[in-house]
Design a protein. Structure first.
Lengths: 375, 143
């Protein structure tokens, strides 16, 4: 295929989701030159699938549906002159902030001064007897087919996992005209927000806590789902099995950061299960162990869309500062505002844990930095 | 969540700390307050609430209802994001927080507004006393 083209830009961003777009807007607004690369045919990451109204502060788009927040962000970016390359697969990252990209089947070399990796997350899988049958899929996959492609891939769904993804997607299945047979949760209590759970309950959906999926029955597709109660050690209690009629099993058991490019870049990683698994070490400027490589959004630790947008802004402001488009003072004052929004979003149920997780990542970065300097 | 007045006013069933505050800015009468950080639970000032239902449509968690009593019947307004929409005058089943039918009800009002952004506020007439239990409705088979 050969290298056919070269793109030079000040800042290259991988991923046009909430974090990548928010960062791009900050950089372009400050006068920086930004190009975003995204492998999808549409920008927005997961934002355009989110048809529910977001939580958060009403000053920052709360009460607005994710899809509308996405459209606004995209329009802002276009107006600010951000270059967005779609169907652009970034297959490699090389020293000195260079990317290898396939755009519409052509190989392109991208040279930048700074790179932001905002590649989001991947759904975690769950292995059980029959998990490879057609009809067993990630809740996010179901949501994409339903809300982006207007196809309802199943009529009778068993949702595994009661985190906010499981609860929100289950409700959207009802809105799309499907039926949710049950939401299954291994923990003794609902994992996501109770208001999301209550919306489902009012529609008559059962949320079965301390339950797991044992196996999926069916010749060549999902026909029945066997569930069972679990004890406090998450072991199946024999004799509690129950068969549910279903044609689809949605798995919503958490997300893990998409860190393939970051691994290839050779940045330092740390393992922090509560933030989704392996996380790129980064400081409070969202800068990894490679000073030219930044991270934001779920690829820097699993949170939610509003936090991803604020983190994107934070990375954007720091990159704009590092490339000389913001003075130290301007950068610090913007950072302070964004940090306050992030602190507010990282509060309450679930938020405290994410706040502690982020502090832990930065603490480990500082520890790594000290050790590295000592050598 | 406690309700002392009988006229229809907002009942906030948001009992978990969520960093969220659109209800507060939605209320034109400043009847909803969130003190001490946006993750705190919203509180209603009943004396300021006129039961208009704007917060019902604006709450991202669909956790606010307008509940009260008229002379000889109860009324409940709740957010509705399903299709088809009910019509005024329709007789439906009133359902509780678990989706179980608890009584029969009549659709009194179907409120659609541009700034509600596709959240419809439906008001249901229910037998006296059922307004504290009913939180939704189901179309009847024979409609």
């Amino acid at each position: 295929m050969g290298i056919t083209r070269e793109i030079e830009t000040e800042v290259a961003i991988v991923g046009a989701g909430p974090a990548g777009l928010s960062a791009a807007y900050e950089i372009a607004k400050a006068g920086g030159e930004v190009a975003i690369f995204d492998e999808n045919e549409r920008p927005g990451g997961q934002l355009f699938k989110q048809i529910h109204k977001f939580f958060g502060s009403s000053r920052h788009g709360a009460g607005v549906r994710g899809i509308h927040i996405g459209s606004k962000l995209l329009a802002d970016c276009e107006e600010a002159g951000v270059e967005i390359h779609l169907n652009a697969v970034v297959y490699g990252i090389f020293p000195d902030a260079e990317l290898g990209v396939i755009i519409d089947g052509h190989s392109v070399r991208v040279k930048a001064k700074k790179v932001l990796i905002a590649t989001g997350a991947t759904e975690k899988a769950l292995a059980f007897d029959g998990w490879d049958k057609p009809g067993v899929m990630g809740a996010g996959a179901f949501q994409t087919m339903m809300n982006v492609n207007y196809v309802l891939p199943g009529q009778k769904v068993v949702m595994i996992g009661s985190g906010n993804v499981g609860l929100v997607v289950a409700y959207q299945i009802l809105q799309a005209g499907g039926k949710v047979e049950a939401v299954i949760e291994a923990a003794p209590a609902v994992n996501g927000y109770s208001v999301h759970a209550n919306k489902l309950k009012r529609q008559g959906v059962k949320i079965l806590t301390s339950h797991t999926v044992k196996r999926v029955l069916g010749e060549s597709s999902v026909e029945k789902v066997e569930i069972a109660k679990v004890d406090e050690h998450f072991q199946i209690i024999e004799g509690t099995e129950e068969l549910l009629d279903a044609d689809t099993v949605c798995v919503a058991v958490g997300l893990t950061p998409s860190i393939e490019l970051l691994k290839m870049a050779g940045v330092e990683m740390t393992f922090l299960p509560k933030m989704g698994g392996f996380i790129p070490l980064h400081n409070e400027y969202m800068q990894t162990s490679d000073p030219d490589v930044y991270v934001a959004g779920d690829s820097s630790g699993i949170e939610e869309a509003s936090s991803a947008m604020e983190e994107g802004k934070l990375a954007g402001v720091c990159i704009a500062g590092a490339t000389g488009h913001l003075t130290e003072e301007e950068q610090q004052s913007r950072m302070q505002e964004i940090r306050e929004s992030l602190l507010a979003l990282r509060s309450g149920k679930g938020g405290e844990g994410r706040r502690a997780g982020n502090q832990e990542i930065v603490r480990r970065y500082e520890e790594w930095k000290r050790k590295n300097q000592d050598q | 969540m406690e309700k002392k007045e009988s006229r229809p006013i907002a009942v906030i069933e948001c009992c978990e700390e969520i960093p969220c505050n659109p209800c507060m800015s939605a209320c034109p009468h400043h009847a909803i307050v969130i003190e001490g950080g946006i993750h705190h639970i919203p509180q209603l000032k009943p004396e300021l609430c006129v039961g208009c239902g704007i917060c019902v449509a604006r709450c991202s968690g669909q956790a606010i209802f307008v509940v009260g009593q008229e002379q000889d019947y109860g009324v409940v307004s709740f957010p509705y994001e399903m299709l088809p929409l009910p019509e005024k005058g329709m007789i439906v089943d009133g359902t509780d927080r678990e989706g179980q039918t608890v009584c029969q009800g009549e659709i009194l009002k179907v409120m659609i507004a541009k700034n509600f952004d596709h959240t419809t506020v439906v008001t249901l007439k229910v037998p006296l006393g059922k307004e504290d239990t009913v939180r939704g409705f189901r179309f009847r088979e024979d409609r």
